[in-house]
Design a binder for this molecule. Structure first.
Ligand code: FES
Length: 134
């Protein structure tokens, strides 16, 4: 599985996203409350750039005429027709078992430069790296 350095953790603070191209595929990497997720940047409905959509919450089940907003920052809304997807799983909110967008693993790792074994120097890093496994 190819690995791609997306950037440092500090370059992708909570509430932000970054779109990268890996192996010809456009992928959006999101920091949602300090956790990282990645989605294919192509809506399964008609191919819109899904990762450019609004990040928001949604209306939760409730009593008739009662509107309960929740899951703030967990849902992305397609910019073309408004289908909603869970950022963590890629599943649509309206049909989670049949319709989804591909997700990818994201890890946070220390730079390999810490593995110096011959001659050592004092090294400082600017944080950890965000790695996309596409
Ligand atoms: S292309 Fe995304 S909802 Fe239609």
């Amino acid at each position: 599985m190819p690995r791609c350095v997306v950037g440092t953790v500090s370059e992708l603070p909570p509430g932000t996203r970054k779109i990268v191209v890996v192996g010809g595929r456009s992928i959006g990497v999101f920091n949602i409350r300090g956790r990282f997720y990645a989605l294919r940047n192509r809506c399964p409905h008609q191919g819109a750039p899904l990762c450019l959509g609004k990040i928001k919450g949604t209306t939760l089940p409730g009593k008739p005429y009662e509107y309960v907003y929740g899951r703030d920052q967990e849902i992305i809304r397609c910019p073309w027709h408004g289908w909603e997807f869970e950022i963590a799983t890629g599943r649509t909110y309206f049909n989670p078992h049949r319709m989804r967008v591909k997700t990818y693993d994201v890890t946070v790792e220390r730079p390999e430069s810490d593995d110096v074994t011959l001659e050592t120097f004092e090294v400082t890093t600017e944080g950890e790296l965000v790695i996309l496994h596409a």
